[in-house]
Design a protein. Structure first.
Length: 144
C-alpha cells in the first residue's frame, strides 16, 4: 500500500529526523518507526496543500531558513502530488455530503484527504476531525 502524509505527520518526520532518538517525541518516534518498517513496495507522498501549510509554518517560525531546508529535504524523500481536476471533484462532492450531514472539515484538510482518495492512497493523519470523512476514505494514524 502507498500513503499520503498529512501535514502533522510531515512535521513529525522533519522534526524527528533532526533529533537524537532519545529526544524525539512519542509522535515523532512512532512515525519514523512506521516509515522505517514499510515494505519496499510502499510509497510515501504528500499533497501540494501540505506544502502550503509547511511553508506557512516556516514563514511564521523563528527559524525560517532552517525550516525551509527541512521542507526541501522532505520533498526529496516524500513526493508531492498535484491537485488536479479529479481531486477537486472529490473535494466538492465530499464537502457537499459533509455539509448535508451537518459535519464540517477545514478546507485544506479536506483537500488533502481528497488528494489521497483521488490517487488511491491511504491518508496518514493525526487530525481527529478527519474521522468525519465518509468510510470509503482510507485513514491511518502513525503517531500512536
Amino acid at each position: 500500500m502507498s500513503y499520503l502524509l498529512d501535514t502533522n505527520h510531515c512535521i513529525y518526520l522533519m522534526n524527528g529526523w533532526k533529533k537524537d532518538e532519545l529526544k524525539r517525541s512519542s509522535h515523532e518516534s512512532s512515525t519514523i518507526q512506521k516509515v522505517l518498517s514499510l515494505g519496499d513496495d510502499a510509497m510515501l507522498y504528500l499533497c501540494e496543500a501540505t506544502l502550503g501549510e509547511l511553508y506557512y509554518g516556516a514563514e511564521n517560525s523563528q527559524r525560517k531558513e532552517e525550516n525551509r531546508k527541512s521542507i526541501a529535504m522532505l520533498k526529496q524523500a516524500v513526493l508531492p502530488l498535484v491537485v488536479d481536476e479529479s481531486v477537486w471533484e472529490i473535494f466538492g462532492t465530499t464537502k457537499a455530503i459533509l455539509r448535508r450531514s451537518g459535519r464540517r472539515i477545514p478546507d485544506l484538510d479536506l483537500l488533502i484527504a481528497a488528494t489521497a482518495r483521488s490517487y488511491g492512497l491511504c491518508l496518514v493523519t493525526n487530525d481527529a476531525h478527519l474521522a468525519l470523512l465518509p468510510d470509503d476514505f482510507l485513514r491511518e494514524n502513525w503517531a500512536g
